[in-house]
Unconditional design. Structure first.
Length: 262
C-alpha cells in the first residue's frame, strides 16, 4: 500500500514537471521564433528620422528591443526615448527589432537597403542580440558542456564583428549601445553554471566592442542577479515593465553623460 502511494506521488510529480517545462517553452516561443524569418520588418516610429534635427535613435535586435513582456509595449527602447524627452532632448525613434532574432539573422537583416539607410542616419544605435544564440529556448541548460557553449560563443562573436563592421560601413559617428545579457535561469538546475556562462559571454562581448570605436556594452546582469523574480515577466524570461525601466535608466544615463548626440 505504501509502495503504491509512493509510485502515485512520484508519477504526479513527474507529470507536473513535464507540464511546467511545456508551459515555459510555450511562453518563450515568441522570443525564440517570433517573426525572425520575415524578410522585412515593421518599423515603430515616433516620427520620421530624416524629418527631425534632434537625436535620431535606431534600435536593432530581438524581442527585448521589441519590448516583449512590457505591458506598455515600450520596452527599454521606448523608456529610453521617454527619459531623454523628459530631459528636454528632441528624439526621433525607429525600432527595427524582431522577436526571435539571432545574431546571424541580424547580419542578414542589415543587408537590406532600407535598414542601411536608417542606420546611416542614426546618432544613436541601441541593440540587444545574443540571447537567442545562447539560450536556445532553454536547451543550453541541458547541455552546458564547454564545447557546446564555446561553439555558440564563437559563432556569435563572429556575427557581432560583422554587425559592427556593417554599421561603420554606413555610419562612422553613431554611438552603439549594446545591452549585455542577464541570466533568467538563475534559480533553475544548472542556474549557477549558466550565470558563469553569461558573465563570460558578456566579457567576450565587451572585448569585441572595445575593438570598435564608439561601441559600449551596457551591463544588465547585475540588475537581474538578485531581483529576477521582481524584474521578469510572467514567462520568467523577458523583463517586465520594471525590468525594462531599469535597463532604460542605464542607457539614458550613458547617453546623457556622452552629451546626447555623438
Amino acid at each position: 500500500m505504501h509502495s503504491k502511494k509512493v509510485r502515485m506521488i512520484t508519477s504526479f510529480a513527474f507529470l507536473a514537471s513535464l507540464l511546467w517545462i511545456f508551459a515555459l517553452g510555450w511562453s518563450i516561443k515568441d522570443y525564440l521564433f517570433g517573426t525572425a524569418s520575415q524578410s522585412s520588418v515593421s518599423q515603430d516610429t515616433e516620427q520620421p528620422a530624416e524629418s527631425s534635427s534632434g537625436l535620431k535613435i535606431i534600435a536593432l535586435g530581438d524581442s527585448l528591443t521589441r519590448g516583449t513582456g512590457d505591458i506598455e509595449g515600450k520596452g527599454y527602447v521606448g523608456y529610453v526615448s521617454d527619459q531623454l524627452k523628459q530631459s528636454g532632448t528632441d528624439v526621433s525613434l525607429i525600432n527595427l527589432g524582431i522577436k526571435g532574432l539571432t545574431s546571424s539573422e541580424l547580419v542578414e537583416q542589415m543587408k537590406q537597403k532600407e535598414i542601411e539607410r536608417q542606420i546611416g542616419q542614426a546618432d544613436i544605435i541601441l541593440m540587444t542580440i545574443g540571447g537567442n544564440d545562447l539560450f536556445l529556448g532553454g536547451q543550453s541548460l541541458t547541455d552546458l558542456s564547454e564545447a557546446s557553449i564555446s561553439g555558440l560563443e564563437e559563432a556569435y562573436l563572429n556575427h557581432l564583428k560583422t554587425i559592427l563592421t556593417s554599421i561603420r560601413a554606413v555610419n562612422t559617428e553613431a554611438t552603439v549601445y549594446l545591452l549585455g545579457l542577464y541570466n533568467p535561469f538563475s534559480e533553475f538546475q544548472n542556474g549557477e553554471l549558466m550565470s558563469t556562462v553569461v558573465r563570460n559571454w558578456n566579457s567576450k562581448t565587451t572585448e569585441t566592442l572595445a575593438q570598435h570605436s564608439k561601441a559600449v556594452l551596457v551591463p544588465t546582469y547585475d540588475l537581474f542577479q538578485l531581483n529576477a523574480e521582481k524584474l521578469l515577466f510572467t514567462d520568467h524570461f523577458h523583463p517586465n515593465e520594471i525590468g525594462y525601466r531599469l535597463m532604460a535608466e542605464r542607457v539614458a544615463a550613458l547617453i546623457a553623460d556622452a552629451g546626447g548626440q555623438s
